[in-house]
Design a protein around this ligand. Structure first.
Ligand code: DI6
Ligand code: FE
Length: 394
């Protein structure tokens, strides 16, 4: 066994056999040839490289137009994210540039971001809408997300983030907007097979617990799973709400109470930590990781890739920051981008671990011990990727 491998339950000299898109056998390389012959299938020997499941980025806003560099500069001069949002900037400015962008602009820029994630061994990406905020514009974002998965060798999970911000045209009619999102918009997008899950930004600058609950209820009625952005800036009781509705994940959680953490654990709702957003906003109160651990909450880690709070296309950087800023162990961080990220997407039966019968999505790494995946800043030790049983250019 390699130094540092014990905690991961991993082995040196692994080999893996693939049949179609699935893992057919996994074991030691020296047994591989015999097993492969018995099964009549080829065996891939990792040849001393480290093998992990393909990484999963379970929270991104990858499809949008424009950028928010000016806002970054304003924040560096002292303006807060909340001030900018309340003054009509922030998400609203990306909504405007997204509505103005051509379909092609959206496709090309999202593909570039997806490829950056993929270069680091990512094989599944969750992509949220939420920068259209009118039915046609939200549809376009979800279509671009769907098409990304068809054009690139990566699995895409599409999330309808209908309650992200209140669009200007509804300033005088909040409830009217929430009713549209939770009723006709959701129903149309679901009928077009564009929605794998829903999401809402439950926050003092976005939507209340009551408004968020309306979306969670509508989703449940349609049999759709949910994610919820909660506790990024304040604790509004969003974790309790996510747990009450059996959401797959509650994301951010810088601010969460003891009761909220216990509720998440009891409901099996995964806490998705987003350290690059915390870093970008220069926040100073990290999520209460000790409390979440003690309560038994499952922890995942993702990039939150978006133009405002996390202009980040490196999941390895998010893993590093999960360790240095939030105090996760490298083992927790890595399972947060594999096994637990799969749980956050409700996809554990298919991805997230290297087991017979699961999709043959895995990454090969030129490292000496697994903690190295969380150690390098800007390093990319990915030496190869197999996606659905086929070798992919990393
Ligand atoms: N939380 C976030 O961090 C992003 N969305 C959300 O609900 C930020 C989105 C943005 O500022 O554009
Ligand atoms: Fe987000």
């Amino acid at each position: 066994m390699v130094a540092g491998a014990e905690a991961y339950g991993t082995h040196k000299n692994a080999a893996l056999a693939v049949k179609g898109e699935r893992i057919a056998w996994i074991g030691f390389a020296d047994e591989g040839a015999r097993e492969g012959a018995a099964l009549g299938i080829p065996v891939h020997d990792a040849r001393g490289l480290w093998l992990t499941p393909g990484l999963i980025d379970c929270h991104t806003h990858l499809v949008y137009g424009g950028h928010r560099v000016e806002e970054f500069e304003k924040r560096l001069c002292g303006a807060s994210y909340e001030d900018i949002a309340r003054a009509g900037g922030g998400i609203q400015s990306t909504v405007q540039s997204t509505r103005e962008a051509t379909h092609q602009d959206l496709r090309v820029s999202a593909a570039i971001r997806a490829q950056r994630l993929m270069s680091e061994g990512v094989t599944t990406i969750e992509v949220k809408s939420g920068y259209g905020l009118e039915l046609a514009a939200e549809r376009r974002l979800l279509e671009v997300a769907r098409d990304l998965g068809a054009e690139l060798p990566v699995s895409i999970r599409k999330t309808f983030l209908g309650l992200h911000a209140l669009p200007r045209e509804f300033t005088a009619d909040r409830q009217g907007f929430v009713n549209q999102v939770c009723g006709p918009w959701l129903e149309s997008l679901v009928a077009e097979n564009l929605v794998d899950a829903v999401d809402a930004f439950c926050e003092n600058i976005a939507f209340t617990v009551t408004e968020t609950e309306q979306l969670l209820r509508a989703a449940k009625q349609l049999g759709l799973p949910a994610h919820v952005h909660v506790g990024q800036l304040t604790d509004m009781g969003g974790a309790e709400l996510a747990a009450k509705w059996g959401a797959l994940s509650a994301d951010h959680l810088e601010f969460v109470s003891v009761a909220g953490a216990r509720a998440l654990a009891a409901a099996g709702t995964v806490a998705v930590l987003l350290p690059t957003a915390y870093f970008t906003l220069q926040q100073t109160t990290p999520p209460p990781v000790a409390l979440l651990r003690e309560a038994g909450v499952t922890l995942a880690v993702a990039t939150d890739s978006n133009p405002g709070t996390s202009p980040c296309t490196s999941l390895l950087l998010a893993l590093s920051m999960a360790c240095t800023l939030f105090g996760l162990t490298p083992e927790e961080a890595l399972s947060g981008a594999t096994r637990n990220a799969a749980r956050a997407l409700g996809a554990s039966q298919d991805i997230g671990t290297l087991e017979v019968g699961k999709r043959a999505d895995f990454a090969l790494w030129r490292i000496e011990r697994p903690a190295e995946l969380c150690y390098g800043l800007g390093a990319n030790p990915c030496a190869g990727v197999v996606y659905g049983g086929k070798i992919r250019a990393a």
